[in-house]
Design a protein around this ligand. Structure first.
Ligand SMILES: NC(=O)c1ccc[n+]([C@@H]2O[C@H](COP(=O)([O-])OP(=O)(O)OC[C@H]3O[C@@H](n4cnc5c(N)ncnc54)[C@H](OP(=O)(O)O)[C@@H]3O)[C@@H](O)[C@H]2O)c1
Length: 285
């Protein structure tokens, strides 16, 4: 007779956020909005944390990281890389494998985090879209991380966005799509509104309004299950004006994004690496 496999019971997630800048501040607000449990936050300069907590009774500002990790078993580390390494080193004696250290610092490998901390490290690449509790949040797990723990984390994250697991090696390109993507598309839409205004048939504000409403409609179609191909096929009638417009694009869109991916990859491998998705940030405090 085979022994029934016993699933380990993990403690409920208690969320803490260290570094309440653009990413940490956005995550704190999103978590606080979507559940009533307390969210603990700590920032080096206290006023920034106080500003994030101001509108949320369930955000509690801690005096230091020690008091945060005494309360929170899932600490989101949302500082710049050098600050994060210093913090992880200082925190190491106070953490164990039952703590999760979820970090938005994508430029440091999970193996390096494992050397720095006894906590279970997880990489998280959020997107500005989580401000609206939408959009993908990319996750990379270390090898052998218990599935139950992953499920527990994803269950909480799914309240503020769509968790999507990737391998660490996929982080750069996937971040371009999910995290930088809204800024890339907004740049294209802004240029489109300028081009429309140059026809002298509409002013730029009207063009922007029409593009915005069109995008909201397109998002709803995609949400209802339509694929990109369906959208193209249903609008582009053979010989019609849409088909003519698409033909005029030739291979420009593909070449454009090939160039974007090449540039972001080149930038990320330079000596000082930029924040992934640094073009998409939550409103500044
Ligand atoms: N921005 C994005 O779109 C984006 C997207 C994906 C990933 N990331 C990554 O996420 C990380 C955070 O990015 P961000 O844009 O949110 O940066 P940010 O706005 O500069 O925020 C970093 C925060 O960390 C705080 N901090 C620094 N050292 C600290 C310490 N020892 N203890 C407590 N708090 C400390 C800073 O506090 P002070 O107020 O004292 O400076 C600041 O509020 C970066 O590693 C970035 O590469 C960013």
């Amino acid at each position: 007779m085979t022994k029934a496999k016993t699933l380990r019971r993990w403690r409920p997630l208690q969320i803490g956020i260290i570094g309440t800048g653009h990413m940490g501040g956005m995550l704190a607000r999103a978590f606080a909005q979507t559940a009533t449990d307390d969210i603990y936050i700590y920032n080096r300069s206290r006023p920034k944390a106080d500003a994030v907590a101001a509108s949320f009774p369930n955000i509690i500002v801690c005096d230091d990281w020690r008091s945060l990790i005494a309360r929170a078993n899932t600490a989101f580390l949302c500082t710049k890389a050098a600050d994060g390494i210093n913090l992880a080193t200082q925190m190491a004696p106070y953490l164990n494998s039952e703590h999760m250290l979820v970090t938005t610092i994508s430029t440091i490998d999970l193996d390096r985090w494992r050397d720095l901390t006894p906590a279970t490290p997880v990489k998280l690449i959020p997107s500005l879209t989580q401000t609206a509790n939408k959009g993908v949040m990319l996750l990379s797990y270390p090898r052998h991380m218990p599935v139950e723990l992953q499920q527990q984390l994803e269950s909480r994250l799914s309240q503020i966005g769509k968790p999507f697991t990737i391998d660490e090696g996929q982080v750069r390109v996937c971040s371009d799509l999910a995290s930088c993507g809204p800024a890339f598309l907004a740049t294209i839409c802004r240029a489109w509104s300028q081009a429309a205004a140059q026809t002298a048939s509409v002013d730029r504000a009207t063009a922007e309004q029409l593009i915005r409403e069109m995008l909201i409609g397109l998002a709803a179609l995609l949400e209802s299950g339509m694929q990109f191909e369906d959208v193209i096929e249903q609008i582009s009638i053979p010989g019609g004006v849409t088909e003519c417009g698409i033909r005029s694009m030739e291979d420009l869109p593909q070449n454009l994004f090939a160039r974007v991916h090449a540039e972001t990859a080149r930038h990320a491998t330079r000596g000082h690496r930029p924040p992934i998705g640094d073009s998409v940030v939550s409103p500044r405090q």
